[in-house]
Ligand binder design. Structure first.
Ligand code: AMP
Length: 327
């Protein structure tokens, strides 16, 4: 079935003279890798087309992947095919001109919810990244598409970052086959991993603080409230604050871990991660969604944060009572 959708997408791309590619707000490696990676693939394959990557926000940490294109005129949007990658719902699209495009294609790996969008949607929630889907798209049409090293690096970056360096349960044999195909273009992975992994010394001081101050609910949910004063004390960027979640990922018995990050505008971003247990439904109850074991949500007060935390605790309690073999 997906083969038919992919074919339809390729035909729509072939017909379009102007293509704008967008992704989700607060872009991560997969959002940037999939949007720019698809653009690089299409630019190499169809040099006569006007192909742009446009978002309303970007990421400092991933600046090494290159800049976006400026938004074109509204008239340009009205004549463009808009492709949105790595974005589950309409509210998360990082493109204020989204509704001007006459035709929208969604390529995504999130679990679909009600806020559906796109005239044509290719969604594979079992894929570890959207970049994996774009790599698969190329593999389906090797005679129509041209894979450059630039495109391969962008796609590989998204695959690496969204799969926890190929460790998450969503990584399949096909993930690695596609990654191998990209690596074969001759990627410089030493530089890539240095760019993705090296950190300023100060961020280790913050990490130490996280371990000193992390908290646990009665049933073992690990969490931290990253409030405004904490962000100021360590001069945390939005991305530094977001990283808090990754420091909590390897605590025995804490199968769910949460970071609450004060956005400074009356809202609090919640990052939810888990092993064995599914947190996606919990996130959906708090204006969020995502994947089974990696979701995001938003709450609007610390009281609401406590409520979400209590639900996470209950979820973990039930899980532990009804399952064996968890760690
Ligand atoms: P995050 O913790 O923000 O990295 O989010 C984890 C995953 O959940 C990512 O794949 C996000 O795209 C997705 N996600 C985050 N926030 C939301 C939301 N409000 N609605 C739907 N999906 C989300």
């Amino acid at each position: 079935m997906n083969e038919a959708i992919k074919k339809e997408i390729l035909e729509a791309i072939k017909k379009a003279d102007k293509i704008v590619i967008s992704r989700h707000l607060r872009p991560d490696g997969d959002a940037i890798g999939s949007s720019r990676g698809l653009a690089a693939l299409l630019r190499a394959s169809f040099p006569e087309k006007d192909i742009r990557v446009c978002g309303d926000d970007s990421s400092d940490y991933l600046a090494f992947l290159g800049p976006d294109d400026p938004h074109p005129s509204e008239a340009h949007y009205r004549e463009s095919l808009l492709i949105v990658t790595d974005t589950g719902n309409e509210g998360r699209i990082s493109n204020q001109y989204f509704s001007l495009a006459p035709r929208v294609i969604k390529i995504d790996h999130h679990i679909p919810d009600q806020d559906h969008f796109g005239h044509l949607a290719w969604v594979e929630p079992e894929r570890s990244s959207c970049c994996e889907m774009i790599a698969d798209f190329y593999r389906s049409f090797p005679n129509d598409l041209k894979l450059t090293r630039e495109a391969a690096l962008l796609l590989y970056t998204g695959m690496v970052t969204d799969s926890g360096r190929f460790r998450f349960p969503s990584v399949s044999g096909d993930t690695l086959r596609l990654a191998g195909m990209l690596l074969d273009t001759g990627l410089d992975t030493e530089s890539l991993f240095a760019r993705l992994g090296l950190r300023e010394a100060d961020s280790f001081r913050y990490e130490a603080y996280v371990y000193e101050h992390m908290k646990f609910t009665p049933n073992g949910v690990a969490y931290l409230f990253v409030d405004g004063p904490m962000q100021q004390r360590f001069s945390l960027s939005r991305e530094d604050a977001s990283e808090t979640i990754s420091y909590l990922s390897e605590i025995k018995g804490s199968l769910i871990w949460l970071a609450f990050i004060d956005n400074g505008d009356g809202s609090i971003r919640v990052r939810l991660r888990s092993r064995f247990v599914t947190v996606q439904e919990l996130a959906t109850r708090y204006h969020g969604g995502g994947h089974d074991r990696a979701s995001g949500a938003t709450v609007y007060s610390w009281e609401e944060a406590e409520q979400l935390l209590a639900e996470a605790d209950e979820l973990l309690k039930n899980y532990k009572e009804n399952h064996e073999g968890w760690l």
